[in-house]
Design a protein around this ligand. Structure first.
Ligand code: SF4
Ligand code: SF4
Length: 443
């Protein structure tokens, strides 16, 4: 029986490991679809940014209560999973609480700490479920934001329920184990851990169970806990919760430019300088390439990593003046549409091979011209994002393509472009009249 459990455990672990590895490889390949961009400058500032924003969750604390609850779930879930190491060793080698004899009395202290964290995770997840489904917080509500309808809402709720179930299984396993120890049943009698802080609340209930039911409860909770963690790890790679891993590289490689400094196209800047006599034309002009972005491969790899890192929290959309005034634009939806496009390409690879192409593009088929034109380039979305995602950068590249390659600018913009070209200002006044306002001074 013990060998059977070990064999089943090995099969489950290898299957989960293989599926997760396959999925991560596919996501990496999808992000590499983007054009190259160097984000390796200033490593010390990058490291500091990552530690503060991803590890310390600094921006989450802009909303202190939510920030604290989020930190509890994050820290709790990460730290409790240290205990998974023990479960892995027990599962593979058929041992039981292998660390207990090594750690002595300290073992109980550590498990009690994990139990406190588990309780914190349960409470925080319950609060998050209430906020989403009963209080219906506007930025998270599918009724207020079309992009949150369907899968995004199911995804957000199911992950909270899964986390509660995993923590409950952990507590139930500890409670059943303790009662089995006190009754001296089998190998449970050999490892005396004493009762635990939180799971002891379940002990009165467990005391009414027979030994057989208790053994079954302990094994069921143990298997549910570890299989649940394996399934969770795989599920995360399909979910917005991928941010628990990608937030780290995403903040490390974040844009270090001052907010509002736009990325110019060097070829265009050079042309302007040549026009103004600031540079001499080259004998062989450089290849310009595409102006802006038509599809995901025209965006940078960092734009694509942003899309996979988005938590769909909607902080960007709630700060967006275009969205607040009823325009179609939602910066969260820009990130979700970019990810949808990447996922559709992935599906194409899996069903039709790596040469898969379709006649769709991110620009037009997933993100409309109306959305792009509504952006005021105010940067509020960039400022609001807790993991330094930049939806504006994608908007600008898509808009640049529409304007420069498709000449799809609104009439009022075309007039402005013309004025810039002829008057060197957006207004329809001659540059010679620019100082007319000063004529009456001291007259
Ligand atoms: S930069 Fe554009 S998308 Fe971002 S908040 Fe401002 S208007 Fe909205
Ligand atoms: S872009 Fe940032 S702020 Fe906007 S939904 Fe995604 S994670 Fe939240």
């Amino acid at each position: 029986m013990a060998y059977l459990q070990q064999i089943l455990f090995l099969i489950a672990l290898s299957t989960a490991g293989y599926l997760i590895y396959r999925r991560i490889t596919l996501i990496k390949k999808t992000i590499q679809l983007g054009r190259s961009e160097n984000r390796t400058d200033n490593p010390s500032l990058r490291l500091k940014t990552m530690i503060l924003i991803a590890f310390g969750q600094k921006k989450m604390f802009d909303k202190p209560i939510v920030g604290l609850l989020h930190f509890l779930v994050y820290a709790g879930f990460i730290l409790i999973n240290i205990e998974v190491l023990e479960i892995l060793i027990d599962g593979l080698f058929g041992t039981h609480r292998v660390f207990a004899p090594i750690m002595g009395g300290f073992y109980g202290v550590v498990i009690n700490f994990f139990e406190l964290l588990a309780l914190g995770v349960i409470v925080a997840c319950l609060v998050f479920l209430v906020r989403r489904n009963i209080l219906k917080i506007k930025r998270l509500s599918p009724a207020a934001h079309a992009e949150m309808k369907g899968w995004p809402a199911i995804d957000a709720n199911s992950i909270l329920v899964i986390e509660i179930a995993l923590m409950m299984a952990f507590l139930k396993m500890n409670a059943a184990d303790y009662v089995l120890q006190t009754r001296g049943v089998g190998h449970f009698a050999e490892v005396q851990t004493g009762s635990f802080l939180i799971s002891s609340w379940l002990v009165p209930l467990m005391n009414s169970y027979s030994d057989t039911v208790l053994l079954f409860t302990e094994r069921l909770s143990w298997w549910f806990h570890i299989l649940g963690i394996m399934a969770f790890a795989l599920y995360v790679t399909y979910s917005k919760h991928l941010h628990i891993a990608l937030a780290f590289p995403n903040t490390y490689f974040a844009d270090l430019k001052p907010r509002g400094e736009m990325t110019n196209m060097p070829a265009v800047t050079k042309e302007v300088k040549i026009m103004l006599g600031m540079e001499q034309p080259d004998a062989t002009p450089a290849e310009v390439g595409r102006f802006g972005a038509k599809d995901v491969k025209d965006l940078s790899w960092k734009n694509l990593m942003d899309a996979y890192s988005c938590t769909e929290c909607g902080r960007c959309t709630s700060q967006c003046p275009a969205n607040q005034t009823g325009k179609l634009l939602s910066p969260r939806k820009i990130m979700m549409s970019t990810r949808d496009r990447l996922e559709d390409i992935q599906k194409g690879w899996l069903t039709n091979g790596n040469d898969f192409t379709d006649d769709k593009n991110l620009n037009g088929d997933y993100i409309t011209e109306e959305e792009l034109l509504a952006c005021t380039t105010c940067n509020a979305c960039v400022e609001a994002c807790p993991i330094l995602i930049n939806p504006l950068d994608i908007i600008l590249q898509l808009r640049r393509y529409n304007v420069m390659e498709e000449s799809k600018a609104p009439q009022s913009w075309n007039m402005m472009f013309q004025n810039l070209e002829t008057n060197m200002a957006p207004w329809k006044f001659s540059p010679d009249d620019r100082f007319n306002w000063s004529k009456d001074i001291n007259s």
